[in-house]
Design a protein around this ligand. Structure first.
Ligand code: FAD
Length: 322
């Protein structure tokens, strides 16, 4: 018996949030007196696979099939169901992201498992199997009790700090027979999003809203992000207006991030925006309107004009780092 965890990678590099999922699965496994097994598919180097041992995976089930470098939900479902059966797994962990949300419900149906999405805590097994998750776009928490024999958990990324230990995982080649229909969706092209720091993995994020007035002022956001080593993000109207690319838009209809630091410049703090950022450890809000709703969610607030405050912050960060 082991807890299994689906691991994602980008062109062979394992995603940081997947390392967190491995660590999460391994902590649950320890609690149950068992081990964690990582499941990964596509083209990944051996060293990268072994490295999963440092995050608590004793074993890696590796499906060496290049077709699985892309998301094929049916094929990945087949992989996870086969792995869960082989390992007699009571718990299957994946990430609460686009991939996890496409695969986990299919796995849950096939294994007759209960599904907990957006998990923020380890399960409390004293009175059942209770996991904390966010509800109402981050305005509240729900505590979900699942009583099925098998459970599928989608972990909300950036919920736990990552700690690497020594250790190498044992790699086992895992063969799964697929059908053509498992690859029924054809990926026509992939946009590789470049940037100094990928937003989903970023510990520090500088974000701009309509208060930035226009794309010509985005240099102020980028300068601060560059000085901090941060990623950049934006509110939805900013992306809708074409000031910034859509992959930077965070919120209910955009990405969900949980960085250690989120600096919001010229963003009002609408509930739909907060839905994507309220899990940030520290929120700093810069807004010229002292009544802006975002100040209620902020740890630190600066009432002022972004055009003046941002350059001064950038200067201060540069001085501090010098
Ligand atoms: P505004 O609301 O226009 O706020 C601009 C802020 O900048 C104001 O608070 C103003 O005081 C301040 N400001 C202006 N000038 C300056 C200056 N010089 N210096 C300092 N501050 C200044 N929004 C999202 O962001 N993400 C989502 O995922 C999302 N999903 C949505 C889903 C639905 C179904 C709906 C209905 C809406 C959604 N929205 C989303 C939109 C959301 O409701 C808000 O309209 C949006 O977040 C507002 O963006 P903003 O704060 O940049 O702009």
């Amino acid at each position: 018996m082991s807890v299994i965890v689906l691991v994602e990678h980008t062109a062979g590099t394992i995603k940081k949030k997947s390392l967190e999922a491995v660590q999460y699965a391994s902590e649950i496994a320890k609690k149950l007196g068992t081990t964690a097994t990582a499941v990964i598919a596509g083209k990944v180097e051996e060293t990268e696979l072994k490295n999963l041992g440092g995050y608590g995976a004793q074993k890696v089930l590796y499906v060496a099939d290049d077709r699985l470098n892309e998301l094929h939900a049916r094929a990945f479902t087949r992989v996870l169901v086969a792995a869960a059966k082989q390992e007699n797994s009571p718990i299957i962990v994946a990430l609460h992201d686009v991939n996890g949300r496409a695969i986990a419900p299919r796995v849950a149906i096939q294994l007759k498992a209960g599904l907990i999405s957006g998990a923020l805590s380890y399960p409390d097994t004293d009175k059942g199997f209770i996991v904390k998750k966010s509800a109402f776009s981050g305005k509240a928490f729900a505590f979900v009790n699942v009583n099925s024999d098998v459970k599928v958990i989608l972990l909300a990324p950036n919920s736990f700090p990552l700690v690497k230990a020594d250790g190498e995982a044992v790699i086992e080649n895992f063969n799964v027979s697929f059908e053509d229909k498992d690859f029924g969706i054809k990926v026509k092209s992939v946009d590789v999003i470049t940037g100094e720091v990928p937003l989903s993995d970023a510990e520090l994020v500088v974000s701009g809203g309509r208060g930035m007035k226009g794309p010509e002022n985005w240099g102020l956001i980028e300068d601060l992000a560059h000085a901090l080593g941060a990623a950049t993000a934006c509110s939805r109207p900013v992306a809708d207006s074409g000031w910034r690319p859509h992959h930077e838009h965070v919120g209910q209809t955009g990405g969900t991030i949980r960085p250690n630091l989120y600096i919001a410049a010229g963003i009002s703090g609408a509930i739909q925006h907060l839905a994507g950022v309220s899990g940030s450890k520290t929120i700093v809000v810069i807004n010229k309107d002292p009544e802006a709703p975002f100040f209620k969610a902020a740890n630190y607030g600066i009432v002022g004009d972004v055009m003046e405050v941002l350059p001064r912050l950038t200067e201060a960060v540069k001085k501090f780092k010098a």
